[in-house]
Design a protein around this ligand. Sequence first.
Ligand SMILES: [Zn+2]
Length: 379
Amino acid sequence: MENWLHASADVEEAAALTAHLVSIRSYPGEEGDVQRAVAAWLTEQGLTAELLPTEGDRPNVIARVENGPGPTLLFNGHTDTVLAAQGWSCDPWRGKREGDRFYGLGAADMKSGVAAAMLATRALDRARDRWRGTVIFTSVVDEEAYSIGARALVDMRLQADYCVVTESGWETPTLGAVGKVLVRADITGKAAHGSWPEEGINAAVEAAKLIARLDELPLGAHPRLRATQCVLSLHSGNEQYVITVPEKAQFTINRHIVPGEDGESVLAEMRHLAGGLGSPASFEFAIDPPYYPAWELPADHPFAGRFAAAYAAEIGHAPKWTYGSGVADTNYFAADLGIPSVQFGPDGGAFHQKDEWVDLPSIAGTVRVLLRLAIDVLR
Ligand SMILES: [Zn+2]
């Protein structure tokens, strides 16, 4: 088995595949070319890859390896990247290699993770005597923006028994994360001449009163995840200078939620707080996209145990489980589709910054962890 694992995870092949994916620019909205490159590689390797349309030229890629009755394991990653920051020391798409490190846009987040899942899928296709069931590889678009790619998989009710999202995190395999609710508040007052403000209802002032009391909200408590809120924007008044009491105001809040909270519970809290103001203005609350439910896989869940065994066999120590303070597509697979999920992938750094990097041997290491896990759970 050790020979098979090592033969299936060549560092140079993993490095070349990662560099190839990095070389194809794929800002959110322009993932078509890189997704076709993913599908073409899978096809060259003898797998059946399908492009599933989302919107525009932004297909998801899906490849199924069916190997008789048995459980289903899903691998997922995204190929879109954030926009290149200023000050790169190399071309962000050509990248550069220094020893074991490869620098490039999306090297860590997360074209190397996609490459690891591609290599693991190929290895499982070629070693069908070692497992039974189904492996599904998916590469999605738009994770860095609205997650329309993952949402499309949710809408088709993609079914699996287990899922690994191969986001970077060699030392930080993740068993849960906060969710996210973008709350929009629309405040309506009454216009009046600004020289007689008592004749109007000033929406800007009423909005400010509510914002000043936001810290009275009982944010959800959780032993491992932290609920937070942050006012992202506040707008009121007329575009042009006029002496008029503003009749409209709007603000948005980025609210991170923990398991037990959801969009409805957040809206109910906001309405309750606004109701207690005794304000003459009217307050309306709505949820803007993207919405992410919170998730957690209990550390004593059998899939967490099997992942921990595969991880320890490869890396030499038990995982130090991490709980994310930001959101990812894993939220949808774990919470909306209810698939027991772990987030784990190659070692990297400088996410969403200049000179993002990935450790090349850890891509091959990720392939081996995925293979150890697959042959353990797929039986
Ligand atoms: Zn990512």
